[in-house]
Design a protein around this ligand. Structure first.
Ligand code: PA5
Length: 446
């Protein structure tokens, strides 16, 4: 369903270099399987495709049906791991134009993923005159961006439907016992879904965190979980020749050790854009610590060949690319014949656009390889549900293994706190420490 093609890597990474990482991979595998490494408490996603809560899964499907029937607009409030995976699924499996296409499911808008006033106002505007349901998602239940947005939407719904009516339209996805959001949900009586304790935000898309919005979009979440399960079965072995997720993890580390410090995740389908956003968070937060880590970047080709193609081809030689090659990504689209042929394109007439896209892909892989940019190819059979689930698991496992091989804890994100501490101090959050920090920061800013 998803496999690695190393054809274009041969001149950059030898089989001996890959094999040299085997002991480290073995160690990483042990840490993942036995939960013995740093962050071992956050490995719930590893067995999730087998042991997810089936009752809650049914409740998600029921809630999704209720939401579909009771609104035209579904607002999903969350940031980072609490929204990227769901958005990625909707755009990849349905379309980036999901909201504009005719369908029998609600429009889905995302809020609380920034502190931008204009962005929040836009979503409010889109809700005008429409029936609205809201899903607020926060594992910690304390994140500022979604908390602000939820305050606004709670008020909107209560004004529009009354407290009782709003209660029927607000769905909360959070920790089972901790956080302000959990407290609020209990107090108000909102239907609540649980992000398991042992699954961190960026590994949580296959929990209710991602599954409820995905199901509301009319996507079959049973098939997603089936795809993830297939991946969990396939990638359970610690064999570099049989486990492509582990092979990918090792190849990244070989390249990193040879000075390739930036990875560009590339795809020739614009519908993959949010998958790349999800992937960036997954790898960036998991590996970028202790002054180490490959910088994760992303491109959609051929679009970005007209902006970033130059630097990839001839800039500093610190980049490698991982290209997602999606087979069967859309319906056939034949390039028309034009009898004038003023644009000289009749040599393409009758060919499918997918064929032209494939040639662009092959041409670029060869050009970038010539430019000393190693290309890892990951083939995906389709953009269907099972393939999405499979791919999510593939990258989660690869990321955990890659992080352990690199020597970091792939499940924490201590660096994210630095901006938060400064922001709270500058915003005047009460507390002695905040006041002291505020004075210090203001002095630096003046
Ligand atoms: O991976 C993580 O844990 C984080 O990036 C979170 O996803 C993000 O900060 C949102 O956190 P929360 O779900 O607690 O609001």
């Amino acid at each position: 369903m998803v496999r690695l093609d190393g054809r274009f890597l041969n001149s950059f990474v030898s089989e001996d270099e890959i094999k040299a990482f085997e002991p480290k991979l073995k160690e990483a595998h042990g840490k993942i399987k036995n939960k013995t490494g740093e962050g071992g408490d956050f490995l719930g996603w590893y067995t999730l495709p087998y042991d997810y809560d089936k009752d809650e899964f049914e409740r998600i499907k029921k809630a999704a049906e209720k939401i579909k029937k009771s609104c035209q607009v579904f607002v999903v409030i969350g940031i980072g791991g609490s929204y990227l995976g769901a958005r990625a699924a909707i755009e990849f499996i349905k379309s980036p134009n999901y909201n504009l296409l005719s369908k029998d499911t609600p429009n889905i808008y995302f809020a609380g993923n920034s502190i931008s006033a204009s962005s929040l106002s836009d979503v409010l505007e889109l809700c005008k005159g429409k029936d609205v349901c809201v899903n607020v998602i926060s594992k910690s239940g304390t994140t500022t961006e979604p908390a602000i947005a939820f305050r606004v939407f709670k008020e909107l719904l209560e004004e529009k439907y009354g407290k009782e009516g709003a209660r029927e339209r607000i769905f909360v996805t959070t920790d089972k016992s901790r956080g302000a959001l959990k407290g609020l949900a209990g107090k108000e009586g909102y239907e609540t879904f649980v992000i398991p304790d042992d699954i961190g935000g960026r590994y949580s898309v296959l929990t209710p965190c991602g599954l409820l919005p995905i199901a509301v979009a009319g996507i079959d979440i049973d098939k997603i979980m089936a795809g993830a399960k297939l991946a969990a079965e396939k990638f359970s072995v610690c064999d570099i020749d049989k486990n492509d997720a582990y092979r990918y993890a090792v190849i990244r580390n070989v390249l990193y050790s040879k000075g390739k410090k930036s990875e560009f995740l590339a795809c020739y389908e614009p519908s993959f854009r949010y998958m790349t956003e999800w992937w960036k968070q997954l790898f960036g937060e998991s590996e970028g610590k202790d002054q180490k880590g490959i910088f994760p970047s992303a491109v959609i080709y051929s679009t970005d060949l007209h902006s970033l193609g130059q630097i990839v081809q001839q800039g500093e030689r610190t980049i490698f690319e991982t290209v997602i090659d999606i087979k069967n990504a859309g319906a056939p689209f034949v390039i028309p014949f034009d009898k004038e042929n003023a644009d000289g394109l009749n040599f393409l007439a009758g060919k499918d656009l997918a064929e032209a896209n494939r040639k662009a892909f092959l041409a670029t892989v060869l050009a970038h390889s010539d430019g000393n940019v190693p290309n890892i190819i990951i083939e995906a059979d389709s953009n269907k549900e099972d393939c999405y689930g499979f791919m999510v698991y593939f990258f989660e496992l690869a990321c955990a293994a890659s992080g352990y091989i690199l020597g970091v804890n792939p499940f924490n994100q201590p660096g994210v706190e630095a901006y938060k501490k400064n922001m709270f101090a500058l915003l005047g959050k009460p507390g002695e420490e905040n006041e002291r920090k505020k004075a210090e920061l203001e002095a630096r800013l003046s």
